[in-house]
Ligand binder design. Structure first.
Ligand SMILES: Cc1cc2nc3c(=O)[nH]c(=O)nc-3n(C[C@H](O)[C@H](O)[C@H](O)COP(=O)(O)OP(=O)(O)OC[C@H]3O[C@@H](n4cnc5c(N)ncnc54)[C@H](O)[C@@H]3O)c2cc1C
Length: 289
């Protein structure tokens, strides 16, 4: 099926892109088009105006800034992230995640911003960004604001972004300890995924931990009991500390039965992936500067 007719604009500044969207509820930003065009062809999305953001300079930068944070432009494709030397050095888990998303055609044109803004629950990057304590910078007619990755996805295919807000950048602190990511998938998208980021404490202990489980409900969820068990724990005891609280922590997750499997099965997978993450993290130490 072909999409319904639409107009196409190609602004060269963020301000012009926001103006082009205006206050229309139907106009949409167009980045790589890998989700959008499919949805338009299936007529799941109906829009009469696309605003192509590919010609806006500066949206595809990846830098380690003076505040020791990584700035990742929303127009970075999965391929760019997979190959970027800054990310491969400081967040190899993110580079590896993007090297394995989708297929080579999607990785070449699909962007990290498009992935996040689509709000698909069965996605890889949102879970890792939440574990990395990332914030998303949005710029729209009402000004600029920053939203924590944990709060960005409101529900399935719905984010807190207003229609005229452009996601410009994802920013997160340079990890100082191990960051790990595991997923299980049997189709195109992940059925379950788990991301974990540790900071290092004194004398071979874990300082603090952020643990997120994704693709089970509409958005990534924290495993607070696991984070509490890991904080201050000797690195060598990481797996045991998790095992002690795992069953109760998994019970608290909101899990949907869907075509990826039943709730019990997916909870089980989350536990397996979490323990594998822990084993990997326990073999790592501080990240290079
Ligand atoms: C076959 C296939 C397999 C896939 N497998 C996986 C997988 O295994 N794991 C996974 O995580 N993902 C997977 N994906 C999703 C893939 O990551 C996304 O399709 C891609 O990243 C979307 O980026 P895009 O630039 O093409 O977005 P587009 O299709 O251009 O846009 C998607 C949505 O985001 C909005 N948007 C885009 N950029 C911005 C911006 N900067 N600011 C505001 N709004 C914006 C658009 O208006 C639209 O609503 C798969 C997709 C396909 C087609």
């Amino acid at each position: 099926m072909l999409p319904l007719p639409f107009t196409f604009e190609k602004p060269t500044t963020i301000a012009d892109a926001i103006t082009a969207i205006g206050d229309s509820d139907d106009a949409m930003f167009y980045s790589g088009g890998t989700e959008l065009l499919l949805a338009m062809k299936m007529r799941v999305i109906r829009t009469d105006r696309l605003v192509d953001i590919k010609s806006i300079p500066g949206l595809d930068r990846i830098v380690l800034n003076d505040a020791d944070e990584i700035e990742l432009g929303s127009r970075c494709t999965h391929r760019m992230i997979a190959q970027d030397p800054v990310l491969r050095r400081h967040v190899p888990a993110l580079a590896a995640l993007c090297a394995n998303v989708a297929n080579v055609r999607v990785r070449n044109v699909g962007t990290i911003g498009g992935n996040l803004c689509f709000g698909e629950p069965h996605a890889d990057p949102p879970t890792l960004f939440a574990a990395l304590n990332a914030r998303l910078l949005l710029q729209g007619g009402g000004g600029t604001r920053s939203v924590e990755a944990d709060d960005f996805i409101r529900s399935e295919l719905e984010t807190v972004r207003e229609p005229d807000e452009l996601l410009t950048m994802i920013v997160f602190p340079r990890p100082t300890g191990p960051v790990t990511y595991r997923r299980f998938k049997h189709g195109e998208r992940p059925s379950v995924n788990v991301a974990m980021a540790w900071s290092m404490g004194a004398a071979d202990t874990i300082g603090s931990a952020r643990v997120r489980v994704g693709a089970l409900g509409s958005r990534p969820q924290p495993l607070k009991a696991v984070e509490a068990a890991l904080a201050g724990c000797p690195i060598a005891d990481g797996r045991t500390a998790i095992e002690a609280v795992l069953a109760d922590a998994l019970d608290e997750l909101e899990v949907n039965d869907d075509r990826h499997g039943g709730a019990d099965y997916k909870r089980h997978l989350a536990g397996v992936l979490l323990l594998r993450n822990a084993e990997e993290a326990m073999t790592r130490r501080e990240m290079p500067r």
